[in-house]
Design a protein around this ligand. Sequence first.
Ligand code: C2E
Ligand code: MG
Ligand code: MG
Ligand code: MG
Length: 279
Amino acid sequence: RAKAAGRNTVRVYEASMDAAIEDRIQLEFELREAVLRHDLTLHYQPVVDLATDTVSGFEALMRWSHPTRGMIPPSTFIEIAEETGLIVDLGKWALREACREAASWPQPARIAVNVSAMQFREPGLEQNVIMALSASGLAADRLELEITESVLIQDTEAVIGCLHRLRYIGVRIALDDFGTGYSSLSYLRQFPFDKIKIDRSFIREIADPDTAAIVRSIVGLGERRGTTITAEGVETSAQLDLVRAEGCNEVQGFYFSRPVPARDVPDLFIRLSRAEKAA
Ligand code: C2E
Ligand code: MG
Ligand code: MG
Ligand code: MG
């Protein structure tokens, strides 16, 4: 009896595995189509500068507007795009699109674009950045590239060279999701960053004294090195007060705004400047 149950369990397990794999293959196929059909869009989330209480920039976040499944978040498709190599084309598109849209905003603000590790492995990243800037007319110092530690663990010398050349033309480099990888601290010494974005898992626990102390030490390091420190994932006014008290330079999170479609960006400039003046 136990054996029979075991066998059934295995069969059920296999069936659901097959379904998961099929689902994935289907999604990959549709993602390829989406690229061709331009079903991808960028949403923009504001970043607020705490020294001036104004919007200093926006982060571009990819959205897949699927004909039947609706809006699909990056957590579902970025990983597939990375595994299949599609991210290289997607990333190139995102760079161009983000620069193009940012160039038309009512106020000059920075635009941050996420760049995957694989985009560093393929030749042409620097070329794509330069093309996106020249096609849009956006000044290089308004573009910021967000990279995660996964970029840094591969071919260190080549990546450092690439980051230096990008910074040389004026593009800013941000270390995203800081604190979630491993041996993060050694990366801070080796790589040239203009900004460190503290992962939202720390901000969620910022009321905890040890977590606050970690945030404070990152802020201290930032002050020493002239690196901007941004707190990600601020959702409440209590969290905002705490990250402000710890000395973070910038804040991003649902408290100010969720990521919005491009057409809503001009209103956000207005709404957020008013909200801050009222507060
Ligand atoms: P990320 O670069 O760390 O982006 C921040 C994520 O946190 C976004 O999720 C954003 O919606 C979310 N977020 C912002 N504020 C809050 C908050 O207060 N609370 C909570 N719970 N979440 C908040 P999203 O848009 O789902 O993107 C997830 C990840 O997908 C991004 O994390 C990034 O790693 C990746 N991604 C998105 N767009 C691109 C892209 O164009 N290229 C690449 N390579 N990766 C992308
Ligand atoms: Mg990011
Ligand atoms: Mg992040
Ligand atoms: Mg992330």
